[in-house]
Design a protein around this ligand. Structure first.
Ligand code: GDG
Length: 466
């Protein structure tokens, strides 16, 4: 069997107990690589005064990792800059927040080159290379320049935006051209894949040569939708753990006679927290008789704190949560608990299990794994209700959630009310169909579908027989 080399910006497999890592990509990749002979290559999380390309090879949590340190300027221009101030906002339709700076683009190219130069000597002829996410779009181009002829696939964890949005990016054509150095490009949903195809056909003058095959820039590329899943079996194990049980008991004790509503999100403007809070405020204002029956617990561990837009959203959320509690609290009761801290995964599983309602209302999201974790953690006899944004990739699979437009406080407030009154029969029926999809389309199915599709390809550049 070929070896699998996974490449992502940050390499941070969760420790053996798997509890503390935050971020969908890390959880998914660690789960995907366990049981696979291969390497996970990327940034170590450390900086060095001067880039040396020295590799640190370790075995962490059942996974072999090969990591490299980066310079502070690399992080500033490539990670905080081009990746998180340019591509992230733009790909999440926040053109207002996207910063365009030549130095960011240069840093992005430089780090992709450095990564490729460091990785290339590790690659054996039969290896399959799987590159992840928007930080590393030009990685295949750099590897090809170094003569790497292996099959290389790319998976985009975030949305591919509509044609009219992506063309706001200076030199967008160069970025898309670089994607044609891959053999296979995977998106979370058919909608993202179609948006990419539309760009290729209408902007790049490309053609569709067969279903899923595109040609442009003198090359051909296969594209597909590969919705990512969670490690459902491991999540069920976490949900059954003593620590999850203690968390469920604790939360139930804090919400006697009340329904617990839970949200868990990285503190990011794409997650729709502000809009969620406003929807909850509206619910409280419109339903005085239900006020005392609910508690919204929002967990939001800070992320990307050196980026200004993240400092701004944090300040706005602080103000808004204070206002809502100030307006609606009583001496013995407050409607809202907002916590900027990360919890262990087994504790999160317990929290989801204690909740009557899970609120997952991003403004845009590639997939959203919290939605799937919430479903996986429910009691089959008495499951909670998932309120899910129609703009999360997960909405394509979790059709039995209460789907809402997260920008509409009215729709969010109505969904909350409906969820509170939903009869057990309906809750069970909806949950069963979602649980079936979360269990079947799990992270292993995602990995296998992508790796099989890539392995089955005979790269036009590859001299190696499949
Ligand atoms: C990107 C895409 C796509 C959250 N708080 C804590 C914690 N988390 C964990 C959750 C979940 C993960 O972080 C978040 O995953 P998401 O999918 O919601 O979001 P992103 O980080 O934005 O991930 C996304 C994903 O990649 C995978 O392709 O779904 O669309 O944006 O697993 O549980 N974990 C712990 N403590 C916390 O407080 N331990």
């Amino acid at each position: 069997m070929s070896r699998l080399i996974v490449v992502s910006n940050r390499v941070n497999p969760p420790a053996e107990s798997g509890e503390e890592s935050v971020g969908g990509l890390a959880m998914a990749l660690a789960a995907a690589l366990r049981e696979y002979s291969g390497i996970w290559f990327g940034w170590s999380g450390r900086t060095t005064p001067e880039f040396t390309g020295r590799l640190a090879i370790e075995r962490v949590g059942g996974v072999t990792t090969a990591t490299v340190d980066l310079e502070a300027a690399d992080l500033d221009e490539y990670y905080n800059g081009y990746a998180n101030k340019t591509l992230w906002p733009l790909f999440h339709y926040r053109t207002d927040l996207a910063a365009f700076d030549r130095a960011y683009g240069e840093g992005y190219g430089r780090v992709n080159r450095r990564f490729a130069e460091t990785l290339a000597p590790l690659i054996e002829p039969d290896d399959i290379i799987w590159v992840h996410d928007y930080h590393l779009i030009p990685m295949a181009r750099e590897l090809r320049r170094l003569g790497v002829k292996n099959r290389i696939g790319f998976f985009l964890h975030i949305p591919w935006p509509a044609h009219q949005v992506i063309i706001n990016l200076p030199r967008h054509s160069g970025l898309v051209e670089a994607m044609f150095d891959y053999d296979l490009v995977g998106f979370q949903t058919a909608e993202h894949r179609q948006a990419f195809e539309e760009y290729v056909l209408n902007e790049a003058g490309g053609a569709q040569t067969a279903p899923g095959d595109l040609s442009a820039f003198g090359r051909t590329l296969r594209v597909g939708a590969f919705p990512i899943g969670i490690d459902a079996a491991e999540f069920a194990r976490l949900a059954a753990s003593p620590r999850a049980g203690r968390m469920r008991d604790l939360m139930r004790a804090c919400t006697v006679f009340r329904r617990l509503i839970v949200g868990v999100d990285r503190l990011d403007y794409s997650k729709g927290l502000e809009e969620r809070f406003l929807g909850f405020e509206r619910f409280l204002a419109e339903n005085p008789d239900l006020r005392r029956q609910v508690l919204l617990l929002q967990i939001a561990p800070p992320s990307r704190e050196s980026v200004e837009a993240y400092q701004d959203i944090r300040a706005r959320l602080d103000a808004l949560s204070g206002r809502i509690n100030g307006e609606f609290s009583d001496l013995d009761w407050s409607p809202f608990r907002y916590v900027n801290k990360a919890y262990r995964r087994d504790e999160l599983a317990g929290l989801y299990g204690a909740a009557r309602i899970g609120m997952v209302t991003p403004l845009r999201d590639g997939m959203n794994l919290v939605a799937k974790e919430f479903v996986a953690a429910q009691d089959p006899e008495d499951p909670g209700v998932l309120i899910l944004s129609r703009f999360a990739g997960a909405a394509g699979q979790l059709r039995d959630a209460l789907l809402v437009n997260p920008n509409s406080a009215e729709e969010v407030a109505d969904a909350l009310k409906r969820a509170i009154f939903m009869e057990k029969d309906e809750r069970i029926r909806r949950w069963r169909s979602m649980f079936e999809s979360v269990s079947r389309e799990d992270v292993t199915a995602w990995r296998d579908a992508f790796v099989r599709a890539l392995a089955a390809m005979r790269s036009e550049r590859s001299a190696v027989a499949v």
